[in-house]
Write a protein that binds this ligand. Structure first.
Ligand SMILES: [Zn+2]
Length: 196
């Protein structure tokens, strides 16, 4: 915006300076006509007319230098505004692109969440009510993880290894019995990698 303001300010300045040059040029032309008409005859008037024409020529020259200077500044401002407009356009395109990718990701995450929630609900329906209730209670107490895999005699919930007595208890438990970690109280899930 600052570059655009600079651009329009210098354009206005240029117009004004060009008008100043025009005024001086017209006045010099009028003086020259009077001189050429032969109607001014007194030597004193002729001298003053010639002197004015000379000083107007000098003034015109000075003003034209001013115009050139303003033109240079205007062109620089124009180039800068163009360059910034191109950068802006590029950045806006990147924002549009990033927004589209974000929206696509959100859609994908939402549909995945929906799918997983449905899967979970289906699975939860097959689990006995009292076990599910215990699991939900533990999950609330234990930062979202109510059950943990028992892997090589280690509870993957609290990362503690079971001692030999605990291992023996788990080993002796029936396959459908709910076993818990003595340390964190989470439900332990036995697999072939449990080290029993
Ligand atoms: Zn544990």
């Amino acid at each position: 915006m600052a570059a655009r303001t600079e651009e329009s300010d210098t354009a206005r300045e240029q117009t004004k300076a060009e008008q100043d040059v025009d005024q001086v040029r017209q006045r010099a032309a009028r003086d020259q006509q009077r001189l050429d008409s032969g109607m001014v005859t007194s030597p004193k008037d002729l001298e003053s007319l010639q002197s004015e024409i000379a000083s107007l020529a000098k003034r015109q020259d000075d003003l034209e230098t001013v115009v050139l200077d303003i033109m240079e500044r205007h062109e620089a401002a124009q180039a800068r505004a163009r360059e910034l407009a191109a950068t802006l356009e590029e950045l806006e395109a990147r924002v549009t692109d990033a927004s589209a990718r974000r929206d696509a990701a959100v859609t994908e995450i939402e549909s995945e969440t929906e799918r997983i929630s449905a899967e979970r609900a289906e699975l939860a329906a097959t689990i006995p009510a009292d076990l599910l209730k215990l699991y939900e209670k533990l999950r609330t107490q234990q930062g979202g993880v109510g059950a943990a895999r028992l892997y090589q005699r280690r509870c993957e919930g609290c990362r503690l290894e079971l001692n030999i007595t605990e291992v023996n208890e788990v080993r002796a438990a029936a396959p459908d019995e709910v076993v818990r970690c003595e340390n964190c109280r989470r439900i332990l899930v036995r697999t072939t990698d449990s080290g029993l």
